[in-house]
Each structure stands twice: as C-alpha cells, then as structure tokens.
Design a protein around this ligand. Structure first.
Ligand code: PMV
Length: 347
C-alpha cells in the first residue's frame, strides 16, 4: 500500500426515487424520507489519481476530465463538494488530484448524472481514506461514502448500494438516517427482483430550473408540510407493499409521487413546469395500455420531462413491445435507455 500516490476507479449507478426527495434543510438534510431503486446500466465511471504534495494547500487541488477532455464548467460543482467534505476528510488538502469521469448514458440526454457522478467521486475519496486507514470496516466505508455523496447531491447518497435504498429518518425503519442512505432493511417480495426501468428521453435539453432551486422553493411553499407528511406515510405504505408484492398498490403510490413532485413545482412561487406535452402523451398511453391489458406497468418522473417506465421482469416481453411500438415515437430522436434494478457501485 502506498498512500502517497495512486489511482482509484469506481463505477456508480444512477437511481430512481419511488418516494421523492423534494425540499431540504441546512446541510443537505432532507425534509422527508425517500426510497429509490438503484439502477444498473446508467452509470458514471470515475478515476481519481492522487499524488501527495510537498506542502499541503488550503483547498483541494484538482484537474477535471470529462470523457477524455478537460472540463472547466463542471469544476465549480466539484469545488463546492470538496469544500463541503473537507471537514470530514482533512487529508484532501495534502493531495493533488486528477479526476477523470465518463457516463454510460449519452451526454446531455436529460439524464441527471449528479447522483451517479457524486457517488462515484465520494467512493474514490473513501478508497483514498482507506489507504490511510486500512482497518476501516466495510459498513463504515459505505456509510461514509453515502454521507459524503449526500453533500455533493442529496439523491447521490442513494447510489452506493442496491437494490432499494432509503434515505431520511423514518420511525418504522430503524436504521434510517437523514445523513446517509441505507439498503432497505425490510422484506422485499421477489416480484421486485430485476424490476425494469425503460427511460424515455422526451427532452434532452438542460432543464430551465435546477433541482437546487426547486428544493429551495419548498421553503414557504403553501403545501410543503402536507407534502412532507404524505411522503412519510407513502414510505410507510410501501413497507407493506414491498413485503406482499401488491403491484396495484405499488403503482398507486409511485405514480402519485411522480405527479405530486411536479405539482409542487407548478404550485411554488415562482411556479414552473418541467413536463412536456409528450410527457403527458406517454402517461396517457401507459394508462390506456394498463386499462386494456391489466398489466402492471407504471411511470415515474424525475425533475425533468423524461419518463421512467417501471414493470416487473416477468412481463418484459409484452411491455417492452408496447414501449417500442407506442411510446418511443414521443422521445427526442426516438432515444431511450433500457435499465433495471441494480446491485450498487462497483470497483
Ligand atoms: O439530488 P438532487 O438535489 O438533484 O434532487 C433530486 C430530486 C429528485 O430527483 C427530483 C427526486 C429524488 O428523490 O431523486
């Protein structure tokens, strides 16, 4: 082992929330607990090269490469991240870093890379910390990686482990914490194994309202308290649904969560809309298909126009046919990504 120079690579997945995190307190503490499926194929790969400096600086020094090219416009976000975590990782200022990162999904596909990107970087930082402290346990490693990722981007703390992750205190989920995500500790019915997520890229442009602005608009929002309470009780209900595999109830909660997230955007001041006409066309098509076939397919949304279509693996054949024949036409350049529930980050 050599902690004076070296190179670490991590691959971290994106995640899709079933109960949404929307609204936060100081220091990236969520206003309500959330739960997500960890994804599998939508990933960021990040390599951190480190070399010990002769004299420690006052800030973390780094160069940043995105898909092989030097990237200045992502630097401020990472600078902020390093500043926030410095307190918990005092060794960072002893090193000169080169960060190289790339995504498995197409650049500017409208898929946020902040969850996978920040968790991959947090894991690299933790691998360096482990060089300095080789006796650290796996549990500590994962907890602190999630804790650090949260400081980069809230939802990133749910991208360390698979396949269901809870973030935010909930009285029924004993180990849950506002500070980091944990693997969902309850029973999960086999129907959720290999659950599919086909991501329809409705609009690949950058969003006109960022999620940090959106979170802030929940301060003083007229429906904020009711919304936070609803998220809490939806997570409560999901516990039983995860256990029993009641897909009808699952769909009711997941779709309501997606629409409520966007309803919060539409009812904040200033108000805004991130869905596009094709988002609504897809939602209506899914409802129509579900009505006529009785198959358990549903949608969820992130803070954007893209639609995540969720369904069990066993119904993949017929539902994917429907997606290709009926929904892909509403995507920008007919682009979509096939993803599924995954196991978490890997080296
Ligand atoms: O992690 P942030 O601050 O970009 O917030 C993301 C919030 C949503 O994606 C809209 C919901 C969620 O829980 O992932």
């Amino acid at each position: 082992r050599d902690a004076s120079r070296g190179k670490i690579t991590w691959q971290a997945p994106s995640n899709i929330a079933l109960v949404k995190y929307w609204g936060k307190k100081e220091d990236q503490i969520p206003a309500n607990p959330s739960v997500s499926f960890t994804l599998d194929t939508s990933r960021t790969t990040t390599t951190l090269e480190y070399a010990k400096k002769e004299i420690a600086g006052s800030d973390a020094d780094f160069e940043l490469y995105f898909e092989g090219k030097k990237k200045e416009d992502f630097k401020p976000k990472i600078e902020t991240f390093f500043k926030r975590i410095q307190k918990y990782c005092p060794y960072l200022t002893d090193y000169q870093f080169v960060i190289s990162t790339e995504n498995s999904f197409p650049h500017s596909s409208g898929i946020a890379s902040s969850a996978s990107g920040m968790s991959a970087l947090a894991l690299c930082v933790m691998s360096l910390e482990r060089e300095l402290n080789p006796t650290m346990t796996e549990v500590f490693f994962n907890k602190k990686a999630s804790f650090l990722a949260r400081l980069g981007s809230g939802s990133a703390c749910r991208s360390i482990e698979g396949d269901l992750v809870v973030w935010g205190e909930h009285k029924e989920i004993k180990q849950s914490s506002d500070l980091y995500g944990i693997k969902y500790p309850g029973d999960v019915h086999p129907v959720f194994k290999g659950f599919q997520d086909t991501i329809l890229l409705v609009d690949k442009g950058t969003k006109h309202v960022s999620s940090s602005v959106g979170h802030n608009l929940m301060h003083g929002h007229p429906f904020a308290e009711a919304r936070f309470a609803q998220a809490y009780s939806n997570l409560d209900l999901l516990e039983n649904i995860f256990k029993t595999g009641d897909l009808k109830a699952f769909i009711g909660i997941v779709e309501s969560e997606a629409l409520t997230l966007h309803a919060m955007m539409m009812s904040s001041r200033p108000y805004f809309i991130l869905m596009k006409p094709n988002t609504l066309k897809i939602i209506n098509k899914i409802w129509e298909f579900r009505e006529t076939t009785g198959l358990p397919v549903c949608f969820t949304l992130d803070a954007g126009a893209n639609v995540h279509v969720l369904y069990p693996e066993k119904d993949k054949g017929i539902i994917f046919e429907f997606i290709k024949n009926e929904l892909v036409a509403y995507c920008e350049n007919e682009q979509y990504l096939c993803d599924r529930v995954g196991k978490g980050a890997t080296r």
